[in-house]
Design a protein around this ligand. Structure first.
Ligand code: PRP
Ligand code: ZN
Length: 287
């Protein structure tokens, strides 16, 4: 039966689980009494959370068991399910790479011709090898792929690399980045109008949160003669706000800058004459 509660599938345990819950929380969606329940209704929103294994999320969303899901692009690609990818979420960033024992030589992907590669992502790997006209023996292994070269089960592995510490502690080195991945929000292709509306409302909130994360609020003081140069350095939401200080000949400048050019901007501001620079996190931006 069609309900008017939007059901979101998220990872029960693993690299995306906490961040997915955090995103909902920062969007003002309350999920209390979260314990070991697999299905739980949000306190203040027509949203239900379904906690499952990340590998199951694409199928659940495709089949409409869940309406939307938060899952890694890598998992979607491997699943080959039909889903709408609504939005990149900016967390769970990782690479999918081929790695070999540290002491082994590497020239190019052609080196893997006739070699054994172990992976939990055989479809993505086979596509990549085919594109590069290399034929290798791809062995599917569901977990602990990184130990296979050490026990002579494989010449190389293809797996997720995030910090790189798993590779390092298993004496492996990353030699070929096949693709980059991050958490995305996916939706079933046939959502009802009511559910689309609920999804839009959630997106409005999560976008405000994510936009805020990418930006900083800056306050600084400057002598008036330095203002033209400082204002030029600072594109605000409209333009920076400039207010006179009680101290004659000085002003205070407020603005928002993106995290990306943050350090470069700060140095330029200092050399342009800015003093007492304060940098504050922003909670939400409603453009
Ligand atoms: C991945 C991968 C590695 C590890 C790499 O597993 O299989 O074991 O993360 O991360 P690192 O570079 O930070 O060490 P994941 O946590 O996704 O678990 P799963 O494969 O069981 O879903
Ligand atoms: Zn997994």
């Amino acid at each position: 039966m069609e309900t008017n509660i939007l059901r979101l599938a998220i990872q029960k345990k693993g690299r995306l689980a906490d961040k997915s819950l955090e995103l909902l929380k920062s969007a003002g969606i309350r999920i209390d009494n979260y314990s070991q329940q697999l299905l739980i209704k949000a306190q203040n929103y027509d949203l239900e959370l379904l906690f499952i294994r990340d590998d199951d999320i694409p199928e659940y969303v495709q089949d409409g068991v869940a309406d939307i899901g938060i899952v890694g692009e890598n998992v979607i690609l491997e699943s080959e399910k039909k889903l709408d990818v609504i939005e990149k979420l900016g967390f769970g960033k990782c690479r999918m790479s081929i790695a070999i024992p540290k002491a082994d030589k590497f020239n190019s992907v052609k080196d893997f011709e006739g070699k054994n590669i172990a992976t939990s992502y055989p479809k993505i790997l086979k596509n990549y090898l085919a594109e590069n006209k290399v034929s290798s023996n791809v062995h599917y292994i569901s977990g602990s792929v990184e130990i296979t070269p050490n026990i002579n089960l494989a010449d190389a592995i293809f797996d997720i690399v995030s910090t790189g510490s798993t590779l390092k502690s298993n004496g492996l080195k990353e030699v070929e980045i096949v693709l980059k991945s991050e958490a995305v929000l996916v939706a079933n292709k046939n959502l009802s109008e009511k559910k689309k509306e609920l999804l839009e409302q959630i997106l409005f909130r999560t976008r405000a949160v994510n936009k805020a994360k990418d930006n900083k609020y800056i306050l600084l003081n400057a002598p008036n003669e330095a203002l033209p140069n400082i204002v030029k350095l600072l594109p605000g939401v409209k333009s920076p706000t400039v207010m006179p200080l009680a101290l004659e000949g000085w002003s205070s400048v407020h603005t928002v800058i993106s995290e990306d050019d943050f350090w470069g901007k700060i140095e330029n501001l200092k050399s342009a004459g800015a003093e007492g620079i304060l940098v504050l996190p922003i909670e939400k931006i409603i453009a």
